[in-house]
Write a new protein. Structure first.
Length: 459
């Protein structure tokens, strides 16, 4: 393909080597228009199908994905630099979400409401065409967060993957057809945000936008959707606290802390990048933490033993570097030199709690450790950010665990754990971390309208 055509394509680079993996055609505004027309036609037939038939096809889709786990994982390693273990989990998560959502198709029921003079019933009806704009940090799972429940609820889906990670999305669309999902019901449109993404957001035939990404872009999308009173779900940034109280199992808390912010090279809205430690055990915790940081194996993401791979791009690498000036006091691990977007595991100590690195989302393998005196100060520090997505607290005191969990302004909290996301439970943020909830038992209803019908029984 000639360089003259390159602006019409998205360039996919291997983050570990900086080598070109693929040039993928970028969808134009006209192509978005055409895709929406096709999706709307396919959706009408899908919504009219028997619920059992829709559920059966979604389970078949899950089975086909299951048969291609390794292929999808290898694509993810190439385009996103994820470790092979993580990539296999991500592909498996797509399968699991399809299975889980298929189980909800036949239970997506309305209600009968007691009223005088007649019978009142409600119906949950699909919205129509759903636009899903997925991020580059978890291309497969987060695409499936919108794709699976939206299809299960009777909608069509147009997925716009991130410019840097379109390959797994395109392959999933092929696997959907192989499984028997009706043509045009699930379409993937790679492209650039200002063109393809905007066209999807602004299109009058798209009933809802599901977006995962940065808070500034999320605000722009929300404003555009408001102009058409278009429904929107936003999963945005995070600056999650990891609160360690003096009565905690310090060895366990310190052992778990590194991968709580280094998983996916810190490119995770749920990364526990603010480690808050009660002052009387602060020094002891750092002594326990340092060997864990040094031991993290950073390198070739295709190596089964690798724990952390590269950042996604040169732009992201430069952004992360800007938060850690030379000479900053820190606990540091190691990272490869040479080609690739590498940054070592880094924990800043002696940091001002109001510094940008302590309050803004770095989206890289960088955390800060801050001391606190008591429960009240721990909560104040935990909430001293515009974000409120997730967090953890470590304590043996059940009463404290409940009090602090209720006091921290975040949508997802874990006690003596760093787990934030389970497809069985709702996920979403407070404050500028987002709007709405994904996953969990109510995921399908987020893609429906409630219609109320009253039938008079009076003579």
């Amino acid at each position: 393909m000639s360089d003259a055509l390159a602006p019409l394509n998205t360039r996919v680079l291997n983050p570990a080597t900086e080598e070109l993996v693929a040039l993928v055609p970028a969808a134009t505004r006209d192509e978005v228009d055409e895709a929406v027309v096709r999706a709307a036609a396919a959706q009408r037939g899908w919504a009219a199908a028997a619920p059992a038939d829709r559920a059966r096809l979604l389970r078949r889709f899950a089975a086909v994905v299951d048969g291609h786990i390794e292929e999808l994982a290898q694509l993810e390693v190439q385009e996103a630099g994820h470790t092979i273990g993580n990539a296999r989990w991500e592909a498996g998560n797509v399968r699991d979400l399809l299975e889980f959502s298929a189980g909800g198709v036949e239970r997506l029921s309305g209600r009968q409401i007691p009223v005088p003079g007649g019978l009142d019933i409600t119906f949950l009806e699909p919205l129509g065409v759903i636009g899903v704009i997925a991020p580059w940090n978890f291309p497969m799972p987060i695409a499936a967060w919108g794709l699976a429940p939206a299809l299960a609820a009777g909608n069509a889906v147009i997925l716009k993957p991130a410019e840097t990670t379109p390959l797994t999305a395109l392959r999933l669309a092929e696997l959907a057809l192989e499984a028997g999902i009706p043509e045009h019901l699930f379409q993937v449109l790679p492209g650039h945000g200002p063109v393809t993404g905007n066209a999807l957001v602004e299109h009058p035939g798209v009933a809802k936008i599901v977006f995962t990404g940065s808070t500034p872009v999320g605000k722009q999308i929300m404003a555009k959707c408001a102009d058409r009173v278009k429904r929107v779900t936003l999963e945005l940034g995070g600056k999650s606290p990891n609160i360690v109280f003096a009565d905690a199992d310090l060895e366990a808390a310190a052992a778990a802390a590194p991968m709580a912010f280094l998983d996916n090279t810190g490119q995770d809205c749920c990364a526990r990048t603010r480690i808050l430690v009660q002052r009387q055990v602060y020094d002891r915790f750092l002594d326990l933490l340092a060997p864990g940081i040094a031991a993290v194996r950073v390198g070739d993401p295709s190596d089964e033993k690798t724990q952390m791979g590269p950042l996604i791009s040169r732009t992201q690498l430069d952004r992360v570097r800007s938060y850690v000036p030379d000479g900053t006091e820190a606990i540091r691990g190691t990272a490869p030199e040479g080609p690739g977007f590498w940054f070592p595991p880094t924990v800043l100590t002696g940091c001002d709690p109001t510094a940008p690195v302590a309050t803004e989302e770095v989206f890289g393998p960088v955390a800060v450790v801050l001391p606190f005196e008591d429960e009240e100060e721990a909560v104040r520090l935990a909430n001293a950010t515009e974000y409120g997505l997730s967090g953890s607290l470590w304590t043996r005191d059940v009463g404290r665990a409940i009090r602090v969990s209720r006091a921290v302004a975040a949508g997802n909290l874990s006690v003596n754990s760093h787990s934030s996301v389970r497809y069985w439970t709702p996920f979403g943020g407070y404050k500028q971390s987002g709007l709405g909830r994904e996953l969990g038992p109510d995921a399908l209803t987020a893609f429906t309208e409630t219609k109320n019908v009253f039938i008079s029984t009076e003579a």
